[in-house]
Write a protein that binds this ligand. Structure first.
Ligand code: SF4
Length: 280
């Protein structure tokens, strides 16, 4: 049995909340550079240059990449042979969010009640998912989810007979309807199968894969590549001002489902694709 103190968890969560808001993912930065080679629109190229400059200013001035510093979503992988000591794991994660958003001068964007709409004042609670694993592993992957992109996400319970063509049509329709709202170039997470909630979970989790990595199954990798190609032919372009760089990547994942259903969820990340894994 391995012990981990909640103080260390809070510290790591705090540090990551600040880092992901100040420093763009190096893979996103590399994708911007690659996009500059192929982007057909002059305005699109200028926007990509602006996004690169913005990320450099944020890093050097220790300021957020974007004014919407997001709601924290945490995916916890907890080994059965790990003992959390010193207090509550959940409270430790929330405390890390609280301290990170306070010390990092990050905008607090969470309202305590979705209908009464009063700000919780410290960006808590985060959304926390737990996965129990074998052994003594302990990982937390944190994402700061902006709602310009979250709001453009959609779900649909397709019929099994809709098949893969139905999935493709729904993903393309979702990105087309989103237009400039999710601040393209975007990352598109696609969850296929399971139940409605499971499809949403795997779509969001797929967004956390290293940018541009592909699914291990060849037919899903082909789906990712085809969707990326079709999305980038929509003409939405960087920040929606036209061009060929609408998405940097499509990450899809699947889960077994019921004979009578084909759930699909599209969860979108903006270009400020902020996430990082903590291993303790
Ligand atoms: S979608 Fe992303 S880039 Fe756009 S406002 Fe929200 S966090 Fe910022």
């Amino acid at each position: 049995m391995r012990s981990i103190n909640v103080i260390d968890i809070t510290q790591k969560v705090k540090d990551v909340c600040i880092t992901i808001n100040y420093e763009i993912d190096p893979l996103v930065r590399a994708a911007f550079e690659s996009a500059k080679i192929v982007e057909a629109s002059k305005i699109g190229l200028n926007i990509i240059d602006d996004l690169i400059e913005n990320s450099e200013i944020a890093k050097s001035y220790k300021a957020p990449i974007c004014q919407d510093t997001g709601m924290i979503v945490a995916f916890v992988k907890l080994g059965q042979e790990v003992h959390i000591e010193g207090g509550s794991l959940e409270k430790a994660i929330h405390q890390g969010i609280r301290e990170g958003y306070d010390e990092g001068y990050l905008r607090k964007s969470v309202v305590s009640d979705p209908l009464l709409r009063s700000n919780s004042g410290d960006n808590t609670p985060g959304v926390i998912y737990y996965e129990i694993a074998e052994g003594d592993v302990f990982e937390i992957e944190l994402a700061a989810k902006g709602f310009g992109s979250e709001n453009m996400s959609r779900s649909k319970m397709l019929k099994p007979s809709d098949g893969i063509e139905g999935v493709k049509a729904f993903v393309i329709e979702t990105v087309e309807q989103a237009g400039s709202n999710p601040c393209p170039p975007i990352v598109v997470g696609v969850g296929i199968g399971g139940t409605l909630d499971k499809a949403a979970y795997i779509a969001k989790k797929a967004l956390l894969r290293p940018l541009g990595s592909h699914h291990k199954d060849e037919h899903i990798e082909q789906l990712e590549l085809e969707l990326l190609d079709k999305i980038n032919k929509l003409g939405i372009g960087p920040q929606g001002l036209g061009g060929t760089t609408t998405a940097l990547a499509v990450h899809a994942d699947t889960f077994p489902t019921h004979i009578a259903g084909l759930p699909v969820v599209v969860n979108i990340n903006c270009h400020a694709s902020r996430h990082q894994k903590v291993v303790l």
